[in-house]
Design a protein around this ligand. Sequence first.
Ligand SMILES: Cc1cc2nc3c(=O)[nH]c(=O)nc-3n(C[C@H](O)[C@H](O)[C@H](O)COP(=O)(O)O)c2cc1C
Length: 339
Amino acid sequence: MNKYKKKEIIKNKISIAPMVDRTDRHFRNFVRMINKDVLLYTEMITAQAIINGDLDYILGFEKIENPIVLQIAATSPEEAYKAVKISEKYDYDEINLNVGCPSDRVSGNMMGACLMAYPEKVAKILEAMNSATSKPVSIKHRIGIDGTKILPDEISKKVFDTYEDMKNFVEIVKKVGIKKFIIHARIAVLAGLDTKQNREIPPLRYDEVYKIKKEIPDLYVEINGGIKTVEEIDKHLEHVDSVMIGRQIYENPMILTQFGKYYGKNIKITREEIIEKMIKYVEKIELNGIRPHLFLMHTHGLFFGQKGSKFWKRAINNPKADSFMLKNLLKELKNERKI
Ligand SMILES: Cc1cc2nc3c(=O)[nH]c(=O)nc-3n(C[C@H](O)[C@H](O)[C@H](O)COP(=O)(O)O)c2cc1C
């Protein structure tokens, strides 16, 4: 019998992509003020940070953030095992391995996207993670990598760029019981493009993500990369199981209200009601000695495309902004009918 069978992966139509410096607990709480159902991710946390770190600070979160996935980056099965074992005492719904980050820092340590050149190693890391947790384990990766000028010479396959390469990778990983694959539909170019360029320059190849779902239908496939509208989401959902969205949520969080339809809900919250929730949250963190700016900086997109947008950004970007300021801001916005 398959020893992994008991672990049921989270099947959620929409997830909010893991983003370093963005999807921290404050941003996740902000998302929950608008939408209670989408699947949330932590930022990528390295296994070493978990092994050596201040655990409640790194891994702690509030119940309201569930369903939530912990994303780790790891360079060996041993450290991945340790980190996942440690995280067991926190109630994450799924544990995810990052095999998509092209950052030099991450690749230099043989983590993230460069691991796509070593599918057997990835399988071993995931197997170790799986054996360390009672929770399901998933992987987030690219459709391929270009590792020329950076991967060590002994690696024969520095360029891992065709659909067949990806399929081979997926099949090796699948053998250790991994069922859920979140696929960013562009390759990562490890030398020559920086992290930001690697999210924009390599072309999106959605068809290859659709194809892998078609050819291996028992995989749970989530598509990611450049998805911006509900119309686009609906189109992708004709081909794959779910959709992951990153930058667009940060830029325009009100789009979260449109996702109610994936959960049989009609989300009607207004910006005014969201600001009222924000005031309560800010008052709470102030009591705990946390600087409100750490939360408010994640909310600059609340007025995306609206008259009050500049006004809002200027006010909440003030490092000294607090609950008092937020209350006044709400009054002003109401008076000027910007809400
Ligand atoms: C600021 C920022 C930080 C990111 N950090 C991570 C990360 O920690 N882990 C990860 O797997 N991907 C990370 N990504 C990539 C996103 O998860 C996602 O794959 C990428 O942005 C493409 O999706 P999008 O076009 O919907 O934004 C990051 C992206 C951004 C913009």
